[in-house]
Ligand binder design. Sequence first.
Ligand code: SAH
Length: 265
Amino acid sequence: MVPMFSSRPIDPRCPGESGPNRFVYFCVGLAGLCSLILPGAEPRADDYADLRARMVEEIAADVRATALYIDKQELDERVMQAMGRVPRHAFVPRAQTAYAYENRPLPIGHGQTISQPYIVALMSDLAAVSPGDRVLEVGTGSAYQAAVLGELGAEVYSIEIVPELAEPAAQRLQQLGYRNVHTRQGDGYHGWEEHQPFDAILVTAAANHVPPPLIRQLKPGGRMLIPVGGRFQIQQLMLVEKTAAGKVQTRQLLPVRFVPLVGEH
Ligand code: SAH
């Protein structure tokens, strides 16, 4: 059984979770209720714009609160704008729609979770993605992180091991028009040989070591973000950089909890 609190930083301000905003709960609850009782009152994309803007503000607040760990007070404006554009409600199961813009991970079925928006934004920022960059993601899940990378103009290659998640993720990306995000089902431990080398690699499941094939597939000058640690332990989000000369340097950033990287390795 995979813990529900995956892909969330351990809040350095206090060991517990920060309480959800009651007003947000009220609004999304009300919107959800209306869509249930009023036939044809399906919320439109724009109905979520305010909630999304509020989510972006919460991400900014989390960034300031974790500044000592991540060594920055704010994230790249392009990343924040991308977070403000991607319709997270389209990436969560119907039963979770009302919570789509809460700054926390949510269950997406098969024991997996969509990552917390703050973590998605942080990893996207630290990957320093420029338009046209080739980016590998291991762990497509809902494809939310992949879509954010797509919004940044990257050519994204994302691998998911669970077929029941890989298939709907691919369909979702197609429906939403993310033509620059490519997916496949398989074990991402081995990377994606045909499309390497990558400017950036994001691993969104926790490994107990940095997979050597991923280091190999990283471009000189490239950056990899990966949570490293045991299955039932607190993991460390690590930044792995390959210098222009091919030397590998690692830096621990902050404690996180992700679902485990599974597979034959
Ligand atoms: N990035 C996702 C959330 C990731 S949850 C999102 O934005 O929604 C981690 C995902 O990694 C899960 O879907 C899990 O099935 C997948 N996973 C675990 N081990 C994997 C492996 N070896 N290769 C590819 N995907 C893997």
